[in-house]
Design a protein around this ligand. Structure first.
Ligand code: F0G
Length: 433
């Protein structure tokens, strides 16, 4: 459960598609099949083979982010990219290019009593204030659907529309970080007035009709083990604002990923992706997948464990501040790291700390840690991999550690607390109680 990314079990149709792979260096036939599928899934304006290239394949999401922000970083100074919640590599790519990455989480996310479904929304009020004060510094507004850093929570159609309208008023392009677009559409269909009788495909089209472009890691809702892309809407605000970027992006892609028609991926993977995009928008598939996650969240909640509820589409988020609130651990003891270590060592389940350690930082000058707004441990559920009894075992292990929480020791960071992206690199040991 370290990640739901690239951990998908592919369907028999996807495995069959691999055998049809065309590994030509240029213009392999899978590229054109994928083009057609992208047009069908997200809308024709996102993949046109016109004079201006507007669809760029990359081997994974962060490579697409790298290309986008590498180019955008050169377009101005003191730039800000606001989001409903930047993913860690997205933030890192933005910051690496001298741009400020700003999270505008919904206030509902921090309210433990809230039963709001769309806790992934952008905080519209804070966005409005930011636009009024600093519109000229904002090259684009980003919406992550679903909001992975923000508890994996979905974003409502109303919020997408409101954000698009605010963006349009200031002539700023709206971008989606679209990794879990189909799961997001399922929540809209299930919970937003007027959508229950619409197909997932139609809801996805409406979501993307408000966007001027998107980055995506297909390792999530592409149902593949590797793949990503950057897509710019033909005739959209992004291409109007940055007409020179497509050529720069193409150069970057050729230098770093390969020929534009394979973008760092084997030809066979393009076919598996085209096939995966057909399955992922099936309502029965999504209901199976998301119900699995929700059942686990419900079980944990019934036992008093502070898992964000209702759960989002791909993961359980345990609120570590509440988990340890009646214990002696302080934030600098990194209880979330201790918990994940014990869950792995004692029970064999691998979870991911996405909180005080992953999103916090150590200042070597003041020798002080600063902590993020939210402090989660995430159980990401791979797609089409687990059965109910697997997840029941996870619930039992969590329960056992919750009962033991007063005896869970803090953690000492033995290496790397001052490093960038430290959660990928650090080493720990338990403090002796
Ligand atoms: N954006 C979001 C919202 C993501 O969740 C991820 C990856 C990326 C971008 C980057 O995509 O991995 O293909 O480079 N999330 C994984 C996770 C790693 O575990 O949540 P990538």
């Amino acid at each position: 459960m370290l990640s739901d990314s690239g951990t998908t079990a592919m369907t028999n149709r996807q495995w069959a598609a691999l055998h049809e792979g065309d590994e030509a260096y240029g213009s392999n036939h899978g590229y054109f099949i994928l083009q057609e599928q992208i047009r069908q899934t997200f809308g024709p304006p996102f993949f046109e083979l016109g004079k201006t290239p507007n669809a760029f394949l990359f081997h994974q999401g962060r490579a697409a982010e790298d290309a986008l922000f590498h180019a955008l970083g050169k377009t101005g100074k003191n730039l800000i990219v606001p989001s409903n919640g930047h993913f860690d590599t997205t933030r890192a790519n933005i910051e690496a290019n001298g741009i400020q990455a700003l999270d505008l989480f919904s206030p509902e996310l921090k309210n433990p009593d809230s039963r709001e479904i769309f806790k992934g929304n952008m905080d519209s009020e804070r966005l409005k204030k930011l636009l009024a004060a600093s519109a000229a510094r904002i090259p684009l507004i980003y919406l992550t659907i679903t909001n992975n850093t923000g508890g994996g929570q979905p974003v409502s159609m109303q919020n997408i529309l409101q954000t698009a309208q605010a963006a349009r008023t200031h002539k700023i392009p709206l971008f989606l970080d679209a990794c879990r677009f189909a799961e997001n559409a399922w929540f809209i269909r299930q919970h937003e007035t007027g959508y229950h009788t619409q197909s997932i495909e139609r809801i996805v089209h409406e979501m993307f009709s408000y966007a001027d472009g998107f980055t995506v890691s297909f390792k999530k809702d592409g149902l593949v083990n590797m793949g990503g892309g950057l897509f710019l809407k033909s005739g959209g605000a992004f291409l109007k604002k940055f007409p020179k970027l497509p050529n720069q992006l193409l150069d970057f892609q050729i230098l770093t990923e390969g020929h534009p028609t394979y973008g760092g991926l084997p030809g066979r993977d393009l076919l598996a992706l085209a096939e995966g995009l057909k399955t992922v928008t099936r309502n029965d598939y999504l209901t199976h997948r998301i119900t699995q996650v929700q059942k686990l969240a419900k079980k944990l909640n019934q036992n008093g464990i502070p898992a964000l509820y209702p759960a989002g589409g791909h993961a359980i988020y345990l609120d570590m501040n509440r988990f340890f609130e009646d214990t002696l651990l302080t934030p600098a003891d990194f209880g979330g790291i201790a918990f994940t270590a014990l869950l792995l060592g004692q029970f064999g389940h691998r979870a991911c700390e996405l909180g005080n350690f992953a999103f916090g930082s150590f200042n070597p000058k003041t020798k002080k840690e600063s902590f993020p707004e939210i402090n989660f441990v995430r159980y990401a559920i791979p797609r089409l991999v687990y059965e109910e009894q697997d997840l029941n075992a996870v619930a039992e292990a969590t329960q056992a550690l919750y009962e033991y929480r007063h005896r869970i020791p803090g953690i000492r960071v033995t290496y790397g607390k001052e490093l960038s992206l430290r959660h990928f690199k650090a080493r720990f040991e338990f403090k002796k109680n």
